[in-house]
Design a binder for this molecule. Structure first.
Ligand SMILES: [Fe+2]
Length: 185
């Protein structure tokens, strides 16, 4: 018994308009923040202020929004998310702590939420270490060092449409504020 297989028709590549934006993947964002964090000259160019965080906007890959951020000892972001944006960040100097929630928060229609047991995650990101995160990631980033200024590189795609800020008391998370890009100018 013999079988004949019809030759497969040629597969035409999907047409890609020259101007089509190519959304960066999480891996590309992570590669970018790691590579940028290793750029000693750029990292050294960030002005550092012992009184508060400092930041410089960078061009991220594929139209992403990127930042270089300086963290004096004891500073942090507070709890927040980045809505529909995915992102990545890497520590260029010092050590940062990320506390995160392994939970998907409802998009709207709530003011306070009681978190279930076991949703807390914590990691320390030393110099040269980075991580990527998906949409709706809820976290806070802190420099817990008593004496060392930290510097990190962050990238988000799509560029941040908004940040939701939360306060937390024990297991209770409260939505405090929704910030939009015009608030950051
Ligand atoms: Fe964040």
């Amino acid at each position: 018994m013999s079988q004949h297989t019809a030759p497969l028709p040629p597969i035409a590549p999907a047409p890609v308009p020259a101007s089509a934006p190519s959304a960066p993947t999480a891996t590309e964002l992570l590669d970018f923040v790691r590579r940028t964090a290793a750029d000693r000259e750029l990292i050294a160019s960030l002005p550092l202020d012992p009184e508060g965080r400092t930041w410089v906007r960078l061009d991220g890959p594929g139209g992403s929004e990127a930042w270089l951020i300086g963290w004096p000892p004891g500073t942090g972001t507070g709890w927040h998310d980045h809505a529909e944006s995915q992102g990545a960040f890497a520590t260029a100097r010092g050590t940062l702590t990320e506390n995160a929630l392994a939970v998907r928060l409802p998009a709207s229609g709530w003011k306070t939420l009681e978190l279930a047991d076991g949703v807390d995650r914590s990691r320390r990101l030393g110099e040269g270490t980075g991580r990527a995160f998906g949409r709706h990631h809820v976290h806070e980033v802190l420099n817990e060092s008593p004496d060392t200024h930290a510097v990190s590189v962050h990238a988000y795609y799509p560029p941040l449409p908004l940040i939701r800020r939360f306060s937390r008391t024990g297991a209770v998370l409260r939505l405090e504020q929704v910030e939009r890009p015009e608030d950051w100018q």
